[in-house]
Every structure is written in structure tokens, then in C-alpha cells.
Design a protein around this ligand. Structure first.
Ligand SMILES: [Zn+2]
Length: 194
């Protein structure tokens, strides 16, 4: 059971804003992340990258580039443990190990799975969930339908999850440019998570 107190610490949308919030999980990836950065730059939109400590260690120059281009980084753990079947102490250790590499007050639990006990031990972080999951990592899904569904679900304050990962590559390359185009047409701004 997740109690009210711990639930209140999870952010599914950002209140009091007309902006949306693009987020990219599981990077940085040496080819996909630079491609994402180019798409964002072309459309002058900002995003938050929830990166893995192990990937940040492997590609520090991409982390630098993310920050240099005005985007934000968040902690997505060191190597993506599942909070529901990881003991509290080792889960927290994994997040804190990533914190040494990723300087951010934002944390997004891998798979969105976190227990009340883990939440209470990570009080220094703002825990960021989402209201729009693209499902881009699911290669069995139809990209066009995915795009239409994401557009339909987008609201003021929405937090949208994409993945700059190998698994998501095909869907991401189809959906992201078209979604950015939609935001442009609809005059919707994507901002970093405050
Ligand atoms: Zn992830």
C-alpha cells in the first residue's frame, strides 16, 4: 500500500503552467541522444534527461552537451534497478551512487516502481513520474497510432516520457519529429522540469 504521505511526494504533472515537459529516460546514448538534441534545437524546445549513472560515466561529453544546450538532467539511478524487488538499502545506494555523477535534485524511479519506504529515504529528491507514457520502447506498437495517442493525451502541465535508448530508436525516430511539429503548430512550449 502506498500511503497518502508518500504518494504526495510523487509528481505526475506540473501544476499551474501552460507548458508541457518532454523527458527522455535511460541515456545518454552515443548516437540517439545527440539526434534528440538536434531535434529539440531545431524546434527550440527544452527537455529533461533522466540519465543513468553508468551511461553518464561512459559518455560525460554528452551530459555536458545536454546542459550546455539549456536542458536539464535528472537522476534515473546508477543501473536501473526495479524498486519493487530491490531491498530498500540497495535501491537507495544505487540512487546515491548515481548522485555522485549526476548533479540533480530530480529523481525518476526506473519503471516508475518505488516503495513508500524507498520514497521516505530519498527525501532530498523531487520524485518525477509522468502522465503521458509514449511506450516508444515497445517495438510491437504502431508508430503512427502512438503519435496520435500522445497528442490526444497532451495537456497543460503534462510530463511526457520518451527514451533515448536502443530499444526505443525506431519509434522515437518516427514519433519525436512529428510530435515536435505538433507542439509548434499548436504553439505549445516544452520547458525543463522546475
Ligand atoms: Zn528507465
Amino acid at each position: 500500500m502506498i500511503g497518502l504521505n508518500s504518494l504526495g511526494r510523487l509528481h505526475f504533472k506540473i501544476k499551474d503552467t501552460e507548458n508541457v515537459h518532454l523527458t527522455f529516460d535511460d541515456g545518454p546514448h552515443p548516437e540517439i541522444t545527440p539526434w534528440v538534441l538536434e531535434q529539440l534545437s531545431k524546434h527550440q524546445q527544452k527537455a529533461t534527461f533522466f540519465i543513468l549513472g553508468k551511461n553518464a560515466e561512459a559518455h560525460p561529453e554528452i551530459v555536458e552537451r545536454i546542459l550546455h544546450e539549456g536542458h536539464k538532467i535528472g537522476n534515473h539511478s546508477y543501473d536501473h534497478p526495479n524498486g519493487w524487488n530491490t531491498p530498500k538499502a540497495s535501491f537507495v545506494d544505487n540512487v546515491l551512487k548515481a548522485k555522485d555523477i549526476i548533479d540533480s535534485e530530480l529523481f525518476r524511479p526506473p519503471y516508475g516502481k518505488i516503495t513508500p519506504g524507498q520514497i521516505s529515504m530519498l527525501k532530498e529528491f523531487k520524485i518525477i513520474m509522468w502522465d503521458v507514457l509514449t511506450g516508444d520502447y515497445d517495438q510491437s506498437k504502431d508508430s503512427q497510432k502512438m503519435l496520435e495517442r500522445i497528442i490526444k493525451k497532451t495537456q497543460p502541465g503534462s510530463i511526457i516520457v520518451f527514451h533515448d535508448s536502443e530499444k526505443a530508436r525506431e519509434n522515437l525516430f518516427f514519433v519525436l519529429p512529428k510530435y515536435l511539429n505538433y507542439l509548434f503548430q499548436a504553439r505549445i512550449n516544452s520547458a525543463i522540469i522546475p
